[in-house]
Design a protein around this ligand. Structure first.
Ligand SMILES: NC(=O)c1ccc[n+]([C@@H]2O[C@H](COP(=O)([O-])OP(=O)(O)OC[C@H]3O[C@@H](n4cnc5c(N)ncnc54)[C@H](O)[C@@H]3O)[C@@H](O)[C@H]2O)c1
Length: 390
């Protein structure tokens, strides 16, 4: 079937999304991509949205323009018009539906962290490869102009050899720093796997791999500071929190660099502090998601008397992803466009049968990030350095 994207036609491809919290950002991205990348090689069509509550899912499906909704993920997998299965549910619900979708021949997108542990992530990777479908893990921050530009500066050698990399994801998740904030699936290992390490830290770990390369070994420490939370707002009944509130780790990269990593959702005052600093023999870059339109750059051969960091606004036409914007006003790039760019990359790779990596994160990247998280958790338990399996 052909879609009417203006007068330029491109074949439609049916999208089904499981989960409608971050699923809303995905619905937006699937719809939005043809407005920036025109005409897209394939035009995503929102077929069906699935969630737990019938009323909630019907409401959101209507709001975002899906044709139908389901309250069971199995129905979404059975829907023949759904060609891309986009899993935006909590991690405990990543493997089974995604594997079922792979077996039904659907193309796969799955939010981060890929699963609760590397073993489950591996089953998802294996199923996707067996089914010979495209697979992408939702590491959307790879698709920010500043991050793409940072990778360019590193890979083209502008910073020289990277010897030290710091990455952190610190926040408060809209209230987790308050002990009266009720328990959510994120606070329990059965649904989440890990806590701040998985929810926030997985992005910082992926960026470490994306920018510097594979991690060889880690030494980590995790702590749960708020050990129980009310079962509901205002309730005196409490449930146990069994995941980390804060995790830190030292890392050794295979190429020789050292790294430091932090993740916490109890860091009051931090909103969305996804930060990295890469120190090379020729220069340094620093990024903070809270100021996502800038990359701080220091180049060592700057004139000595003018030396210092420059704040590069990554919003001009010469910067990654900005040339598809409608105007050259340089007014900036917003968080949700990371999904637009990410999902557009998926569409391009699917249409042209190109590999998603190294720019897009495949399930293999999701699995490798999980291996690092498992190693950090093991190191915290054993109080020893742990090698990340190759
Ligand atoms: N890439 C990002 O920036 C980003 C941001 C937020 C969340 N996430 C990831 O997205 C995933 C979902 O997180 P969230 O914050 O949207 O969670 P959430 O709890 O806010 O929403 C989960 C959704 O899944 C649905 N769901 C849960 N259990 C279900 C079941 N048994 N059957 C059918 N539907 C079910 C719920 O109806 C809900 O719509 C997590 O893996 C999280 O780490 C990624």
């Amino acid at each position: 079937m052909s879609a009417g994207v203006g007068n330029k036609k491109s074949k439609e491809i049916g999208v089904g999304i499981l989960g409608y919290s971050i699923g809303k950002a995905h619905a937006y991205g699937w719809q939005d991509l043809s407005r920036y990348f025109y005409p897209p090689k394939l035009t995503p069509k929102l077929i069906a949205l699935a969630g737990r509550s019938k009323e909630g899912v019907e409401h959101e499906a209507k709001r975002f323009g899906f044709e139908r909704s389901y309250s069971k993920w199995e129905e979404l997998v059975r829907d023949k018009e759904v060609e891309i299965f986009d899993n935006c549910a909590p991690p405990s619900l990543h493997p089974e539906p995604t594997i079922a979708a792979a077996e039904a021949g659907k193309q796969l997108v799955c939010e981060k962290p890929l699963a609760r542990n590397a073993k489950d992530a591996r089953t998802m990777l294996d199923a996707a490869e067996r089914a010979r479908v495209k697979h992408m893990t939702g590491f959307n921050y790879r698709f920010l102009p500043a991050v793409t530009f940072a990778r360019k500066l590193i890979t083209e050698g502008t910073l020289g050899k990277i010897h030290y990399f710091k990455s952190a994801y610190l926040g408060y998740n809209g209230g987790f720093d308050d002990p009266s904030y009720p328990i959510k699936w994120m606070h329990q290992s059965e649904t989440a796997g890990y806590g701040a390490l998985a929810d926030l830290g997985t992005h910082a770990i992926d960026l470490a791999r994306f920018l510097v390369g594979e991690v060889a070994s880690v030494s980590g420490a995790s702590e749960t500071f708020i050990k129980e939370r009310p079962v509901a707002q205002g309730s005196s009944e409490k449930a146990r929190v069994d995941v980390d509130d804060t995790t830190i780790a030292c890392m050794r990269f295979r190429e020789g660099a050292l790294g430091v990593f932090e993740a916490s959702w109890l860091t009051s005052g931090r909103v969305d502090y996804l930060r990295f600093e890469a120190y090379g023999t020729m220069g340094t870059i620093r990024f903070n998601l809270e100021r996502l339109n800038e990359l701080e750059v220091f180049i060592r051969d700057d004139r000595a008397d003018l030396a210092g960091f420059r704040r590069v606004p990554v919003v001009g036409k010469d910067h990654p992803y900005m040339k598809t914007f409608w105007t050259n006003q340089g007014i900036g790039f917003a968080w949700q466009y990371s999904f637009t760019n990410e999902l557009h990359h998926f569409i391009e790779c699917l249409a042209e049968d190109k590999p998603l990596g190294p720019i897009g994160a495949t399930f293999e990247d999701g699995y490798k990030a999980m291996l690092i998280m498992d190693a950090i958790a093991e190191s915290s338990r054993t109080e020893k350095w742990v090698r990340v399996p190759e």
